[in-house]
Design a protein around this ligand. Structure first.
Ligand SMILES: [Zn+2]
Ligand SMILES: [Zn+2]
Length: 211
């Protein structure tokens, strides 16, 4: 992994339509992706990996004013549990304020949907794909004690069907950052070598393309 990773916020789409009520509703949806370029030092081959890092973060706010200052405070409150919030709340506040004014805030009710992707980029040098898949597994690594507190002590790993904590296998487990399903680390790693979706719910856990 190289250097500090600075996330890049990319606007995907927005939809603005009138609402019959006087409510001004803003829906903000953010997907967080880790984009890793892996370079094979022997062949020079490059692969782009796209790994979802968190569940999509959805915020629904009701605007009572269209002042950027008010919207900024509202966004900071709602994104407080979302680590990279500082870098985009300010920019987002003036965008929302502009759109609200354009749409006649105070005269019409409206619903505004905004979709963003927040991307963390990095480059790694690896000889084969296993290193990268190991990274996907490590993203959600948990200790057995954490499983106890989640009341998952008796749950089986749905890949090998053995208990997550008391079977014959080592008890390192991974809780997927996107869908929250839990598996033995090594079971998940073997699975990811063949498939790129969660064994239980089929959420995409990584995508890769060569270039
Ligand atoms: Zn297992
Ligand atoms: Zn899942």
């Amino acid at each position: 992994m190289n250097g500090p990773v600075v996330p890049e916020l990319k606007f995907r789409s927005s939809k603005l339509y009138p609402s019959p009520s006087q409510v001004n509703s803003v829906l903000i949806n953010i997907d967080t992706i880790h984009e890793v370029i892996s370079v094979n030092p022997t062949t020079g081959n490059r692969t782009r990996w796209s790994i979802p890092m968190l569940r999509p973060f959805l915020v629904d706010i009701n605007l009572r004013s269209c002042s950027p200052h008010y919207i900024r405070r509202l966004l900071h409150d709602r994104f407080v549990s979302y680590p990279p919030q500082i870098c985009f709340c300010n920019a987002l506040a003036s965008d929302i304020s502009d759109l609200a004014i354009k749409f006649g805030f105070g005269h019409n009710g409206f619903t505004l949907t905004m979709n963003f992707t927040l991307t963390y980029k990095s480059t790694v040098r690896v000889r084969n794909d296993d290193g990268l898949l190991g990274m996907v597994v490590r993203l959600g690594m948990m200790k057995a004690e954490d499983l106890m507190s989640l009341n998952m002590k008796t749950e089986p790993c749905s890949i090998c069907l053995e208990s997550l904590v008391s079977g014959s296998k080592p008890t390192e487990v991974t809780r997927m950052t996107t869908c929250s399903h839990v598996f033995h680390n090594h079971c998940l790693l073997e699975w990811l070598k063949r498939k790129n979706t969660c064994p239980l719910c089929r959420t995409v856990l990584y995508a890769r393309s060569s270039f």
